[in-house]
Design a protein around this ligand. Structure first.
Ligand SMILES: [Fe+2]
Ligand SMILES: [Fe+2]
Length: 292
């Protein structure tokens, strides 16, 4: 990090794709994303408290404030590798399946994609980059404004949002008739590009890539933007806001999700060995110093 300068429903059955095999890396598939409540289990309790705060505070007003604050890209100047290194200390508090730094998760995800898609460089690089927006947490943002499953603000909370019934009661938008109907501030099939998502690492990294003229294909940007949108990609909610383009993106988001989720028990790659390969992909698609 030395050179970094801090400045001031019908398409797909998701359950088929999400459960390609009953066991992964010694961990039963059913034990990934286990959001049951157990106050005596420290990890489960950490995750529940994370969503408690997230669902209380993510409002239309808050999201717009975060756009104002972060989309000036005046916080940091760093290359992708420099920014990735900062994540070597970052632990995702919302994740029931990971208790090691996020940088390793980035390389695990990329390497598993590389195994299955050896010729798809852009998809491999998407794996490496997808969680980099979590650097928000290193710049003073609480984790509830960085990590966790995302959902639209400005319309009713979908049934499939984790802990939905107990966590939104204190969110002012829950009681605001402008925002608490099926469509809220949106129109039918307006497209997810026109929807305000809960603020976090997905939206931020999408915006960082666009702002810095990433040469990745647009679908890569969309995978990053919506990879935590589980109520949509894995539960099939919010389809009434989607257009045809979104449904195409969905097939890629689901393909990506296998690697994001089920690599969390895999062995950690030898970073010295794989680093030159990923540097070459960065040089091709998103080179040089970026504004964050
Ligand atoms: Fe993520
Ligand atoms: Fe991830």
């Amino acid at each position: 990090m030395s050179a970094a300068k801090v400045m001031s429903g019908s398409l797909i059955d998701p359950t088929e794709i999400l459960r390609p095999e009953p066991i992964h890396a010694g961990k039963p598939i059913a034990l990934f994303r286990d959001f049951t409540i157990d106050v005596n289990d420290p990890i489960k309790e950490r995750v529940r408290l994370h969503y408690d705060s997230m669902h209380k505070h993510q409002t239309v007003e808050f999201v717009l404030e975060q756009h104002e604050r972060w989309l000036k890209f005046d916080k940091l100047q760093a290359t992708i590798m420099e920014a990735l290194e900062t994540l070597s200390t970052m632990l995702d508090q919302s994740d029931p399946d990971v208790d090691f730094p996020n940088m390793l998760h980035a390389f695990q995800t990329a390497e598993r994609i590389r195994q299955d898609h050896p010729d798809c460089e852009w998809f491999q690089l998407t794996g490496l980059l997808h969680d980099m927006g979590k650097i928000l947490a290193l710049y003073g943002e609480p984790q509830w404004a960085v990590t966790g499953d995302t959902f639209p603000v400005g319309c009713a909370w979908a049934e499939s949002i984790v802990y939905r019934d107990s966590t939104f009661l204190e969110n002012p938008d829950t009681h605001d008739p402008k925002y608490n109907t099926k469509y809220g501030i949106y129109s039918p099939h307006c497209g997810l590009d026109n929807v305000l998502m809960a603020w976090g690492h997905d939206e931020y990294m999408y915006r960082v890539l666009k702002h810095n003229d990433s040469k990745l294909p647009e679908v890569a940007h969309k995978i990053i933007r919506f990879h935590s949108f589980y109520p949509w990609h894995s539960a099939g909610d919010y389809m009434h806001l989607c257009n045809e383009d979104d449904m195409e993106v969905l097939t890629w988001v689901l393909e990506f999700n296998k690697y994001d989720l089920y690599t969390k028990c895999d062995r950690v790659p030898d970073l010295d060995e794989v680093m030159p390969y990923y540097q070459s992909l960065i040089d091709k698609y998103i080179p040089g110093v970026l504004n964050w």
